[in-house]
Every structure is written in structure tokens, then in C-alpha cells.
Design a protein around this ligand. Structure first.
Ligand SMILES: Cc1ncc(COP(=O)(O)O)c(C=O)c1O
Length: 406
């Protein structure tokens, strides 16, 4: 008899999502029939250039930008580096002060640390207990030489949505006459998960990544508002209108374009069904495990409801819990043994020891931060995966506590 196939629940979409069939086909096509170099003048090159142009239009459509404002990169990390470094290098005399938050992705925080060693002053704003930074706090910390504010749209560990629109308004109001500090938004966890209608009206730069929404890894995009001077990080052939040299990753770009198109078409359903699944998950976890704690906002964003701006809300795909007495990493492996895949903190930093910088900044006590896991949903998530997770979780937490509380 063939071995019985055990069901699995993949709940680590904030780390990466499975590639969508349509995106995979676009990648295959761009690696086989359409293998040309977009810079070549013959028809093979023109075909590849067309693929890149179509993907650029798809990303631009999803974020309400002009295709000319979209630069393809190797992912969210490069987009963040290029945005911050590119703007500062383009304006070396504008100022030496940068404002960011303590809960950014390492691809922003590590650049901020480098900037300090180069003579910049960096203010890292602490969030409130729900993982949301206040726009008033941004305003309070602006200095006459603030040149850039970098803030994420959706936090990748707890899902909290940052008040980007309010921050943009604050920057304009604070500098009615002089040049407004540039606003960069890391929107890697926001694209395809929450509406981004206003983002490119408010931000000067915004970062995106392909593999978080069903595209391939190693491809991303940066929105650069037209008129913003960006000094490239790489010297070379001047691709991407001189903003990012290197032969374009045509297969990756093709796959990302397809994935973005699909994610955009699904967005209303994502907000509704994923939001419901997240709400159900929170209710069930908190009611079935007595002292479980939710880290981050309970409320899942719903643009249809009034009063939403006043209450901290979360994207529909990320939720973070602490289970005192159940160390997060051990719990992760207990769940894995049941075919359930989750994360402790952020995937890219989970090989590092020590508490999550996000939970720490939110004021979560070390004992609670160490016993936290992140559950993240995506385009393949079903209600039965959530049920599978819930039943595995209740057993795993009880088993672990029998050891740790002896
Ligand atoms: C908020 C955020 N920014 C940036 C990144 C980096 O993106 P990439 O993996 O494409 O480099 C991630 C990835 O986890 C992220 O969650």
C-alpha cells in the first residue's frame, strides 16, 4: 500500500509564498522561447523588452503609478537599499538626518546603522504597544536637516499597518515653504494584501518584492516618483533608465508581473476571506489557550468600515501570538512535526539568536517575546489549514508546558 499522504498547513506566507502556476509559466516562457536580452536590437531582444514592459505596467497599475516610475530590482532588500542610499547620494548637501522606526525590516535598519557610521544622525521611532508608530512622533522628531523619512506600510512580524498617509501629510505641513523630506515606504508586505490606492500619491519611493505574493524570488521593484533624483548603486550598462544597471532578470520580472496582476484582481476577496480567517484564528487561539497573548492589532483592516483610521489595524495575512511556557522555536518544530509551518519572528532573521527587535520595541517582555510565533496566510490558505493549525497548536502548547512547568 502506498504511504498515506499527510495533510499540511503552510502558514508562513510572510516569509514566502508558493509560486502561482501562471507566474511559473511566464518564468518558463521567458527562460525558453523568449530568452533574449532586452537591450538587444533584434527581435529576440524586442520580445524580451516587451515582457519587461508588460510587467512594469502590471506593477504600476497595482500601485497607481506611471510605468516610468517603476524600477525592477533583485527584491525588497535591494529596493530598500536603493531607495535610501540612492536618495541620500543624490542630495549630499540637503541634510544629515534620517527618521525611521525601530520595527523596520533589517534591510532598512542595517542601512540606517551604516549611515550613522558615515556621519548621519538617525532617529528610530518606537511604536506603541500595538506595533504602530505615531505620525505626531514623526513630526516631533523632524529637524531642519531631515532629508529622508523611511517607514514601512505593514510590519512583517505583527502585521500592524503604519499611518503612512498621515506621515506624508505631516511632512508637507511641517515644511510649507522649504523642501519636504523624502518619504520612503517599505511596502513589501502590503502589496496585494491591503489597498494601496494612495501610496504613490503620498510617498516619493516605495519598495515591493515578487516572492511574497506568488511570484519568484530574487525580483522586486522600487517606485521612484518622477522628478526624484536617485543615484544608482551599481555602475554599468544603465538599464532601467540609468537607475539600476545589469541585464534585467526577465524571467523573474515576467513572473512578478503575472503574480501582481493576479494578486490585484484577488484583493477584494483577499481582504474579505483572509480577514475572516484571521479573525477566526485570533478568536479560537485566545479562547482555547487561556493565557495566550496576541502581539499586534486584533482588528483586521476593512476599508469599508467607518472609524477605521482611529483604531490600529493589521493586514489580513499576519498574526503573532505568545504562549508563555512554550518557547517559540521549540513550538515551531512541534508544529512542523504535525505538518504545520509557521515562523518565529521574521524568517530572514530567525537564524539569529535573541528576541525579535519588533516585539522588543513594542515593549513585549522577554519571556513573552521568546515564546512567540508568527502565523501568516496567503493565496493558497484554506479554512481547513487554519483548523489543522488550531488542533495541532492546542496539543503542542499543552505538551510543551508539561515539560517547562514541571
Ligand atoms: C517588510 C519587508 N521588507 C523587505 C523584505 C525583503 O524582501 P526580499 O526578501 O525580497 O529581499 C521583507 C522580506 O521578508 C519584508 O518582509
Amino acid at each position: 500500500m502506498p504511504p498515506e499522504r499527510r495533510s499540511e498547513a503552510y502558514l508562513d506566507h510572510a516569509a514566502t509564498s508558493p509560486v502561482r502556476a501562471e507566474a511559473l509559466e511566464a518564468v518558463r516562457q521567458a527562460m525558453s522561447a523568449d530568452f533574449g536580452n532586452p537591450s538587444s536590437l533584434h527581435r529576440k531582444g524586442v520580445a524580451a523588452e516587451r515582457i519587461v514592459a508588460r510587467a512594469r505596467e502590471a506593477v504600476a497599475r497595482a500601485v497607481h503609478a506611471d510605468p516610468k516610475e517603476i524600477v525592477f530590482t533583485s527584491g525588497g532588500t535591494e529596493s530598500n537599499n536603493l531607495a535610501i542610499r540612492g536618495v541620500l547620494r543624490g542630495l549630499p548637501r540637503r541634510g544629515k538626518h534620517v527618521v525611521t522606526t525601530a520595527i523596520e525590516h533589517p534591510s532598512v535598519l542595517a542601512v540606517a546603522a551604516e549611515l550613522e557610521s558615515e556621519g548621519y544622525r538617525v532617529t528610530r521611532l518606537a511604536p506603541g504597544p500595538q506595533g504602530v508608530v505615531g505620525a505626531a512622533d514623526v513630526r516631533r522628531h523632524l529637524a531642519p536637516d531631515t532629508v529622508l523619512v523611511s517607514i514601512m506600510m505593514v510590519n512583517n512580524e505583527v502585521g500592524s499597518i503604519q499611518p503612512v498617509e498621515e506621515v506624508a501629510r505631516t511632512l508637507t505641513e511641517a515644511r510649507p515653504a522649504g523642501p519636504r523630506p523624502f518619504l520612503h515606504v517599505d511596502a513589501v508586505q502590503a502589496l496585494g494584501r491591503i489597498p494601496l490606492d494612495g501610496l504613490c500619491r503620498h510617498a516619493d519611493l516605495a519598495s515591493f518584492s515578487g516572492h511574497k505574493l506568488g511570484g519568484p524570488k530574487g525580483v522586486g521593484a522600487l517606485f521612484v516618483r518622477s522628478g526624484v533624483v536617485l543615484r544608482p548603486l551599481l555602475a554599468g550598462g544603465g538599464q532601467e533608465s540609468g537607475r539600476r544597471s545589469g541585464t534585467e532578470n526577465v524571467p523573474g520580472i515576467a513572473g512578478m508581473g503575472l503574480a501582481v496582476d493576479l494578486a490585484l484582481a484577488e484583493l477584494p476577496a483577499t481582504l474579505r476571506t483572509m480577514g475572516e480567517l484571521r479573525g477566526h484564528l485570533i478568536k479560537e487561539v485566545l479562547s482555547s489557550i487561556g493565557d495566550a497573548r496576541l502581539n499586534g492589532p486584533a482588528w483586521t483592516v476593512d476599508p469599508g468600515l467607518p472609524g477605521e483610521a482611529d483604531r490600529p489595524s493589521a493586514a489580513p495575512h499576519i498574526v503573532n501570538f505568545s504562549f508563555p511556557g512554550a518557547p517559540g522555536e521549540v513550538l515551531l518544530h512541534c508544529l512542523e512535526a504535525e505538518g504545520v509551518y509557521v515562523a518565529t519572528g521574521a524568517a530572514c532573521s530567525s537564524h539569529k539568536r535573541g528576541p525579535s527587535h519588533v516585539l522588543e520595541a513594542m515593549g513585549v517582555e522577554p519571556g513573552m517575546a521568546d515564546s512567540s510565533i508568527r502565523v501568516s496566510l496567503g493565496w493558497t490558505t484554506t479554512a481547513s489549514e487554519i483548523d489543522h493549525f488550531l488542533s495541532a497548536l492546542v496539543g503542542a502548547v499543552a505538551d510543551l508546558r508539561r515539560f517547562t512547568r514541571r
